[in-house]
Design a protein. Structure first.
Lengths: 225, 95, 201
């Protein structure tokens, strides 16, 4: 994983949850384009942060997470999206469900929440293969330790450290019921990650009685990295 | 590549749609002309380059084609027949 | 376009000006999966293939009937409009000539129609004369669902969007009419050697 901080002169600002499209051009004119969620909270400056997971057989991610140097220029389009966004005014309680790199847009929401005083009751359920794969691990621990009504619950699906007492299976209805707010609390729910995870989680939440209109989804896919 | 076709959703077409529409489409609500289901375009199923030669947005309820966008040869061609209506917000992210 | 990303190479692509690679294409070794919709899952018991339209009597084959017909194994290069080409692909299928044996028609065009609703149009002469097959195996194995199984149309001399996946029949037409991608701007014919990708090319 590598976080890129981009200086974008004239950046109009963004909402937590939005993304940008990055386009790379080779010297023969060949182009490749990928979408990346903006991981930084909205702020007054012209900077935004993207967190890129390097996929070994990827085409764009090895360049962004490897070759790219400070001073290089990127072609960007954005900010994009108005559906998968959270703003303080939207309130809560908030249930954030992430699979793998799906944590990135949710991180922007958590950072926004923190910079605004962090009182919206929030629970993050985050599925990773192992503890080593957890992105922003230290920052999430620190945010959760602040006592600002944020709980971070991990589930490690492939490998767990010795003594692990947390969840160690894929997210399912029982886990969502145990971790999430009851439907009567009418939480705002954001689910982001690979398509199969997003779909099974969204279906389970609806079956648990959550209002479909309060569940927002963003699918990430194997578009080549 | 595994057997399963991993479609994305309307969020991933947001950048392309920004080139065509003034207002954000991911948060636009629309009605499927085939089954009547109403929902935000960001929640609908997307089949798009590099997985398809254009962007095909399909109804999450019935998989009927809602919208097709092909950007090629210096043009954007839109197919909108699958939407009975489409409603956009003036300000993205507002309620 | 003048912007170039410093040191960006992109996926390995064979840019050799090999005469067997059409203009604007690059050669790949994998087999990319492209689709305009969800993968249909039609059981072989339900599957049928039809020839209909401008024909006196429609013709139908069940899966067993199709497989009982003589089939051929062919090796061809295939070219996708999204610019990748794959060389020496091996398919097994029933020649469309076999299916059209005995069919009398004045039609000059066909519309291939498929599970999931996909369609694509072709001149009749481009699916006859040994140029097209209903293919049910790729590389010696039954055709995978994501690549169009149980059977797809195979028309290698045209861009591969014409090789309709999940084909269920051909409708004979007197006049040309745009199929799915053709309606949205892709070329009505699609000759890779003339780079006929989009209408107006």
């Amino acid at each position: 994983m590598r976080t890129l901080v981009l200086a974008v002169p004239g950046w109009p600002g963004h909402l937590a949850g939005q993304h940008v499209d990055v386009r790379l051009t080779a010297d023969d004119g060949y182009q490749a384009e990928r979408s990346y969620s903006i991981a930084s909270a909205p702020s007054a400056n012209d900077r935004l942060a993207l967190t890129v997971e390097r996929l070994d057989d990827g085409e764009v991610s090895p360049y962004l997470a490897g070759e790219l140097r400070i001073g290089d220029t990127l072609e960007l389009r954005g900010p994009i999206g108005g559906y998968f966004v959270w703003d303080i005014a939207m309130g809560g309680p908030l249930l954030l469900v992430a699979g793998g790199s799906g944590i990135c847009p949710l991180m922007a929401m958590l950072r926004l929440r923190q910079s605004a005083g962090g009182t919206v009751p929030t629970r993050l359920l985050y599925s990773s293969r192992s503890l080593e794969d957890v992105i922003y691990r230290d920052e999430l621990d620190a945010l959760a330790a602040m006592g600002s009504s944020l709980e971070v619950i991990h589930t490690l699906t492939r490998e767990q450290p010795p003594g692990w007492e947390g969840f160690h299976r894929r997210i399912d209805a029982a886990m969502l019921s145990a971790v999430g707010w009851p439907p009567t609390d009418r939480p705002l729910i954001f689910v982001c990650g690979p398509t199969p995870l997003v779909e099974s989680v969204a279906d389970a939440l609806v079956n648990l009685g959550h209002e479909p209109a309060r569940i927002k989804t963003e699918r990430f896919g194997p578009t080549g990295g | 590549m595994s057997e399963q076709q991993f479609h994305l959703d309307g969020n991933a077409a947001g950048g392309l749609l920004q080139e065509v529409f003034v207002h954000d489409i991911t948060d636009a609500r629309g009605a499927c002309a085939a089954c009547g289901a109403v929902g935000e375009m960001g929640a609908q199923h997307l089949y798009m380059f590099p997985l398809a030669p254009g962007a095909v947005l399909r109804c999450a309820a019935c998989e009927g084609v809602l919208m097709v966008v092909v950007h090629a040869g210096g043009r954007f061609r839109l197919g909108l027949r699958g939407l009975a209506w489409l409603e956009m917000k003036e300000t993205p992210g507002s309620s | 376009m003048s912007f170039v990303s410093r040191a960006f190479k992109g996926r390995p692509r064979d840019q050799s000006r090999d005469a067997r690679v059409p203009p604007g294409q690059y050669v790949v070794r994998d087999f990319p999966v492209l689709s305009a919709g969800p993968t249909p899952r039609t059981s072989l018991a339900e599957w049928s293939f039809s020839i209909e339209g401008e024909i006196d009597e429609e013709k139908h084959w069940s899966w067993a009937e199709l497989r009982a017909l003589p089939s051929e194994t062919v090796t061809r290069d295939i070219h996708c409009v999204t610019k990748w080409s794959k060389l020496e692909t091996t398919w097994e299928g029933v020649s469309v000539d076999t299916l059209l044996e005995g069919v009398e028609t004045a039609a000059e065009y066909v519309m291939a129609f498929c599970d999931g609703g996909y369609t694509t149009n072709l001149p009749l002469e481009d699916v006859t004369g040994g140029k097209a097959w209903i293919a049910f195996a790729f590389d010696g194995q039954p055709l995978e669902a994501q690549h169009g199984g149980p059977a797809r149309l195979l028309v290698p001399h045209l861009y591969f969007w014409k090789s309709a996946k999940w084909i269920r029949g051909l409708r004979l037409m007197n006049d040309d009419s745009p199929g799915f991608w053709e309606t949205y701007g892709y070329h009505m014919y699609g000759d890779p050697w003339l780079e006929q990708r989009y209408s107006g090319d």
